[in-house]
Design a protein around this ligand. Sequence first.
Ligand code: NIG
Ligand code: FE
Length: 396
Amino acid sequence: MDLLLQGRYCTCDAGDVSVHEGYVGVADGRIAHLGPNSVPAAEVVEVDGCILPGLVDPHTHLVFGGTRVDEFARRMAGEDYRTIAAEGGGIARTVRGTREATEDELFERAAARARALRAGGVTTVEVKSGYGLSTDHELRLLRVARRLQAEGLVRVTTSFLGAHTVPPGRDRASYVDEVCAEQLPAVAEAGLADTCDVYCDGVAFTLAETRRILAVARDLGLRLRAHVGQFDDLGGAGLLAELGALSADHLEAVSDADLDAMASAGVVAVLLPGAWRTLRQTPPRAERFRERGVAMAVGSDLNPGTSPTADLGLCAALAVRDAGLTLEEALLGVTANAGRAAGVEAGALRVGAPADLAVFPFADPRTLAYALGGSRASAVYLGGTRVAGEPSAPLW
Ligand code: NIG
Ligand code: FE
């Protein structure tokens, strides 16, 4: 064994959120031992607090340029997100800011955000494009996302989101043609996207357009996900169930029939408290998902327009307070269920899995969803290597 952590641990594997006393052993970057008995190791670390799987953020727009603080001020004074978007603000505004930035500038800002997430225990991040909206600009964002992993910051899974909005001045039919015939093939050819995402909503793309784009993506070998029901229920969640998608994200507006379809197809619901809070929307209700057996994950939705947060623990805490998840559901929502939604082998302590670990100073792992944000990991391991964290006394 290269490394042996001794103390309390919570696997989050197969729904197990209980606390065990024992040992987590690491060999060759993977978890090689888990249990009450000790094994010989080159290095032994005694843990005060609780060892969790590295957290997984299953929904971020991490790569962008510019800020939208002035739009936020206008919205808090009563203006509507959709009205601002229709005037060329919103996503289109960030597209301008992103296109103006160099690739290195985009990387530096994205790396800072990744480090902030990681300080809170996140080791795997789903990163979308979507602020480029042309083949070259979308490829640039996906390259930046991949570089975050290549430089050892966090593990990354990428989603192509060329269908985030219709670029201003473009005819929507010709833009959807471009996404299908140029952008998607180029992204797939470059191997830069694991998944395809579409913003399916009244302000964005129709159900028919979403179906067409996702079908092309599936044929190119990409996994699927989409933003559905953020404002309007267009039936996107049902489409994602039909297509066997990994996740359906937002779901402030979704029908019971589509939730049933998601449950049967095993599509994970990704709930995004930062967005419903920032948009002052009515949150989804956990019992609707729970009673139908739809697995729930929680994401930060880190983006400059609707969710300027890099604190996944805060999002878990808000999912409990606003949507009614139990503390245990919120914990699974940022670990095992988030790993499923992201389509990666992460979010659970299991022998054979990569040794991505987050050690928190508190003894009860539910503290992550109890504390209203600000939970900092005392150690973060990525593939068995310590990459972040400062020892501290528990705040709560
Ligand atoms: O997830 N819904 C679409 N995309 C983002 C908002 C992006 C923006 O406003 O820049 C979201 O909320
Ligand atoms: Fe989003």
